[in-house]
Design a protein around this ligand. Structure first.
Ligand code: C2E
Ligand code: MG
Ligand code: MG
Ligand code: MG
Length: 291
């Protein structure tokens, strides 16, 4: 630790690179105290069911998204601190905090909405995952069927047998499993057939290109058909425009997530859904729209 903090050490790297490494070290140091210092929080992004899109109560669940508010740097995006936490092993502690916090909050909501939590590869492959999830469900009293664990296909490539056994054990607890960012990695149809997913989340890249190229429309249509053929429900990520939404509803996509529905926000931006007192300035686009 003292070493990591040492300044002015001789370096064989270019100055900018040295800066980056020092920066990472400092950031890692700070991250290790983030939970203790109350700097981590969860934002929630709503998912809307297509069949109820016109109704007021179209929100069927939320995805919990981790936020780190660094005392000096401000918000550090999860795309930066989650990989950092993975490299340093802090992900176990941070991931446990995230799952416990999400389940604890969701258990207190007056409506039994779904709560989706992301699992990073290191967390997924951790040998204690299943017993930890089990413990958190008991501790928080959350109905297992309300919890959805999101994993990316990458984690399954590492070890097929182990991945399959983990998914089966998680499913045996009664939780649901979503394949996140489908199509962004080395998606294989074998995975869809072999693994017991409940949901497929179509990667934002395809949704973004819907109005721009015909290939994306063809792919999205095919993925929806494929998912339904396998008895899996489909969620579109990153829905930002009415045109995208219309296309997806038309094609039978089951649920939507994206800025058009609502931006990730602290849970008190959704008081009528989750029964919390709204705080000033925390309103999301959806909250404003409905108030
Ligand atoms: P993800 O799980 O695919 O989450 C969706 C990301 O897309 C979120 O970014 C969300 O803010 C963003 N997003 C949602 N709708 C729209 C939209 O309409 N347009 C655009 N441009 N973006 C949209 P965020 O919160 O920065 O998270 C990025 C990634 O970091 C997540 O991707 C996930 O892989 C990871 N992450 C976030 N929270 C956690 C966590 O608690 N645990 C783990 N292991 N990973 C997390
Ligand atoms: Mg996700
Ligand atoms: Mg995703
Ligand atoms: Mg994505």
């Amino acid at each position: 630790r003292a070493k990591a903090r040492a300044r002015g050490t001789i370096s064989v790297f270019a100055p900018e690179m040295d800066m980056q490494i020092r920066d990472r070290r400092a950031l890692h140091q700070d991250l290790s105290g983030a939970i203790r210092n109350g700097e981590l929080s969860l934002y929630y992004q709503p998912q809307a069911s297509s069949s109820k899109l016109v109704a007021e109560t179209n929100i069927v669940g939320f995805e919990a998204l981790a936020r780190w508010c660094h005392p000096i740097r401000g918000f550090v995006p999860p795309s930066e601190f989650i990989p950092l936490a993975e490299e340093s092993g802090l992900i176990v502690e941070i991931g446990e905090w995230i799952l416990r916090e999400a389940c604890r909050q969701a258990a207190a909501w007056p409506k039994p909405l779904q709560i989706a939590v992301n699992l990073s590869p290191a967390q997924f492959l951790n040998s204690d995952l299943v017993s930890f999830v089990h413990r958190v469900l008991i501790e928080t009293g959350l109905q297992p069927g309300r919890l959805e664990l999101e994993i990316t296909e990458g984690v399954l490539i590492e070890d097929f047998e182990r991945g399959l056994s983990l998914l089966r054990r998680l499913k045996a607890l009664g939780v649901r499993i979503s394949m996140d960012d489908f199509g962004s990695g080395y998606s294989s149809l074998t995975y869809l057939q072999a693994f017991p997913f409940d949901k497929i989340k179509i990667d934002r890249a395809f949704i973004m290109n819907l109005g721009r190229n015909v290939q994306s429309a063809a792919i999205v249509r095919a993925v929806i058909g494929l998912g339904h053929g396998l008895g899996v429900s489909l969620v579109a990520e990153g829905v930002e425009t009415q045109e995208q939404l219309d296309f997806l509803v038309e094609e039978g996509c089951d649920a939507m997530q994206g800025y058009l529905i609502g931006r990730p926000a602290p849970i008190d931006a959704y008081p009528w859904l989750v029964g919390v007192t709204p705080r000033l300035g925390g309103a999301s686009a959806l909250a404003r729209q409905a108030s």
